[in-house]
Design a protein. Structure first.
Length: 59
């Protein structure tokens, strides 16, 4: 994937998060709890929010 395309996808994902108040709140909460997550999990809560935003963007 080209660097420009990657950046556009990140930008689109971030806009989807900003457009949805509940998703934005979940993202903020997930980011604030990253240091408290189980070290074995790949930041599951934040990943779920980011995946949901990308799915919404692609629909």
């Amino acid at each position: 994937m080209s660097p420009v395309r990657s950046q556009v996808l990140v930008w689109a994902r971030d806009i989807e998060i900003a457009r949805r108040p509940r998703l934005s709140a979940r993202h903020t909460h997930a980011k604030s709890n990253l240091e408290h997550e189980d070290p074995g999990s790949p930041a599951g809560a934040e990943r779920a929010v980011l995946d949901e935003a990308m799915k919404a963007f692609r629909e």
